[in-house]
Design a protein around this ligand. Structure first.
Ligand code: HEM
Ligand SMILES: *[C@@H]1O[C@H](CO)[C@@H](O)[C@H](O)[C@H]1NC(C)=O
Ligand SMILES: *[C@@H]1O[C@H](CO)[C@@H](O)[C@H](O)[C@H]1NC(C)=O
Length: 622
């Protein structure tokens, strides 16, 4: 029997009864079989028996699973994944440390420390005796996502259960046939002409830049501080909504945090204010944060939401916001009987042709909106953050842009491609701060997955993965591994992406002889490493579920950055404007290595990466 993901309560009760009730039945059966009369046992002993049989049966089950898995692993000629050895039973101390670390430490610090401590790129955390694999082995990830992997590993039931009320039967939340059907419907929409509709980019880029310009101070040397993360999320949302349903949500027209009468406060992610869009955005982010809490709690999350789905209120806000848009599109379709792929057809019309069901259309749309908004605005936010920290990169990037377009030319699809340094900056940002930092898959049967050998002592290079096991693979950490990217893996160095060394030397002329020499030698090393093994760089995922919006996102971000740098020559972090509690904590500075020693913002993640409290900056007009 397969449960629908919306029935998380039933699933939880079934799990609970299998843990608690089944042992009781075993107990009664065992007593009967051995001839004991149940009623003759003193009440206290009876109680004790009922109590003790739960861990006993649990323990027997674990032993049986271990025996079985060891046997299977041997038959596959695969190695068992090393286990994290906590101090408390069920590795509860590890679970507690994990939660604590998520609140206090640098993004993914806890995992990074575990991998280092155990000297392995793949580990089994075994929290509450359940296998849970975490990995930063690019070879393992490759085999999860490509080849036979996608037939065995899916997002799976537990993922769907957590997202069901929010993403419903959308593309992100389904596997196999249902997913394939969605993918087939969506793919033609992302054909080349559509994702390079630069009119849409132009319209919203202009609006966004006008907002930034309007913040200029009296003397015009700088703008006032603003939350770039919030602004970019509005930009990408307005752009995506016009691209997807031909009608913008117009969130750029509304009041920004810190500009009007509403007080700035800490939102679920960045800064927030109370107005109509504020409520939608707040709800949209709130749901994501609640869902990532479920992920951290693991499969017992329904225990905390048994009588009340914690995402209910925010989900209602999000869906109430979208419902009228969907209704309008469906009515339009009914009036016009659109049969063919018409010139001015929107994604919403396109969807509406494929199904009658209003809920399905709405969920599909919401999935796309999530995909289109947060990821791209994350990319833009971190580009600006890194430009704030690296004026020399800003300088060089701006030189490239002015060289191609002067200070008012507009890019086209063809000539955007020749902005090599811009693309290097985007790649380098996606490497250090991938918008989707961690992802997971669930195995549906026991299997051996090829990987890099766990250690020199291991002859075989496959690990055993039991059935029904979650694998969390961490793009964020893979893309910062020193053995894969070089000693300076944690540094922001766009030059590592530049293959054309002579071209580099020209532009670099102004950075000084010595610098030039060392740079010329190292330039392009990252690109070379990636060409040798493309799985060390996976910001857009790989295999059959690779990102559909990659070109759209890169075109959008590139277009925006060209116009931005034509108008502004540099950016400064406005540390004085960051909401309380969002500055990086002092204890980060005491670490021996890693970016956290000098990071000036607090990177966090829910489903996507973001800057805690928002990215507060000032722009310097050209
Ligand atoms: C910098 C921006 C972006 C990044 C880093 C990014 C990254 C990703 C990643 C990692 C996945 C794989 C998710 C998984 O299977 O677990 C994905 C899937 C997807 N992305 Fe993107 N994305 C970006 C922008 C966009 C945009 C702008 C759109 C659409 C307008 C989009 C549409 C999609 C869709 C539809 C999928 C689902 C593919 C499937 O499951 O078959 N993405 N993206
Ligand atoms: C799968 O594993 C989870 C724990 O990781 C457990 O709660 C669940 O009962 C298992 N389901 C099946 C069908 O074995
Ligand atoms: C950026 O990364 C992509 C892979 O996602 C690669 O194909 C491309 O060559 C890289 N370009 C530059 C300039 O770094």
């Amino acid at each position: 029997m397969k449960l629908h993901p919306r029935h998380y309560r039933i699933r939880f009760l079934l799990d609970l009864s299998s843990t608690i009730l089944v042992p009781q039945l075993c107990l009664v059966a065992a007593l009967t079989a051995t001839g004991f009369s149940y009623t003759e046992i003193p009440v206290f002993s009876r109680f004790l028996l009922h109590f003790l049989v739960v861990p006993l049966v649990g323990w027997l089950r674990i032993c049986w699973d271990e025996y079985n898995n060891a046997r299977l692993a041997a038959s596959f000629n695969a190695v068992s994944i090393p286990r994290v050895q906590g101090k408390w039973p069920g590795n509860l101390d590890i679970a507690i440390k994990l939660v604590k670390s998520m609140h206090e430490d640098y993004l993914m610090q806890f995992f990074a420390d575990l991998f280092e401590e155990y000297g392995s790129h793949t580990l089994n955390t075994r929290i509450l005796w359940g296998d849970q694999i975490i990995s930063i082995d690019q070879e393992l990830v490759k085999n999860l996502l490509t080849g036979a992997g996608p037939d065995r590993f899916h997002k799976g039931y537990y993922w769907q259960e957590r997202f069901e009320a929010f993403l419903g039967n959308g593309i992100f939340n389904r596997d196999q046939e249902e997913w394939r059907a969605h993918r087939q419907i969506a793919r033609p929409w992302f054909a080349r002409e559509r994702v390079s509709d630069f009119n849409i980019f132009e319209k919203y880029t202009d609006r966004t830049l006008n907002i930034i310009s309007s913040l200029k101070t009296e003397d015009g040397t700088k703008t006032r501080a603003f939350d770039a993360q919030d602004l970019f999320a509005r930009f990408t949302l307005d752009t995506a909504s016009e691209f997807l349903f031909g009608q913008t949500l117009n969130t750029l027209m509304l009041e920004l945090p810190g500009q009007g009468n509403h007080a700035v406060k800490m939102g679920p992610k960045g800064s927030a204010i109370d107005d109509e869009f504020g409520s939608f955005a707040w709800a949209f982010e709130d749901v994501q944060i609640k869902i990532s809490t479920r992920m951290r709690i693991g499969n017992i999350w329904p225990l905390f939401e048994f009588f009340h789905d914690s995402t209910e209120k925010s989900n209602a806000v999000v869906h109430d916001f979208l419902r009228p848009l969907v209704d309008k599109a469906l009515d339009r379709r009914n009036r016009r009987h659109i049969e063919t792929d018409e010139e001015d057809e929107t994604f919403l019309d396109h969807l509406a042709r494929s199904t009658e069901d209003r809920d399905t259309v709405r969920f599909q749309l919401l999935n796309m909106l999530l995909a289109g908004r947060d990821t791209t605005s994350t990319l833009l936010s971190f580009v600006i953050y890194l430009l704030c920290c690296h004026p020399e990169v800003t300088h060089r990037l701006r030189a490239e842009i002015l060289d191609h377009y002067h200070n008012d030319g507009r890019p086209t699809l063809e000539n955007l491609k020749s902005l090599k340094y811009l693309r290097a900056v985007l790649n380098e940002t996606l490497r250090l701060f991938p918008p989707v930092p961690m992802n997971s898959r669930l195995s549906d049967s026991p299997c051996a997955v090829p990987c890099t050998p766990l250690s020199k002592a291991h002859a075989t290079n496959s690990v055993f993965i039991p059935s029904n096991t979650t694998i969390l693979y961490n793009t964020f950490l893979i893309q910062r591994r020193k053995d894969l990217w070089g000693e300076d893996a944690e540094d922001f160095r766009p030059e590592r992406w530049l293959s054309d060394r002579i071209y580099d030397a020209d532009v670099d002329g102004r950075t000084g002889e010595e610098n030039l020499l060392s740079k010329v030698i190292r330039d392009g090393d990252g690109l070379e490493r990636m060409i040798q093994d493309p799985f060390i760089f996976l910001p857009f995922h790989a295999g059959p579920r690779v990102c559909l919006g990659q070109n759209f996102a890169l075109n959008e971000a590139s277009y925006f950055l060209v116009l931005l740098l034509q108008r502004f020559k540099s950016f400064e972090l406005a540390e004085d404007s960051m909401p309380e509690g969002s500055s990086p904590p002092l204890h980060w500075r005491q670490r021996k290595s890693g970016r956290q020693r000098y990071e000036r913002i607090w990177p966090k993640s829910s489903v996507t990466t973001f800057v805690k409290g928002g990215l507060w900056v000032r722009a310097v007009p050209a």
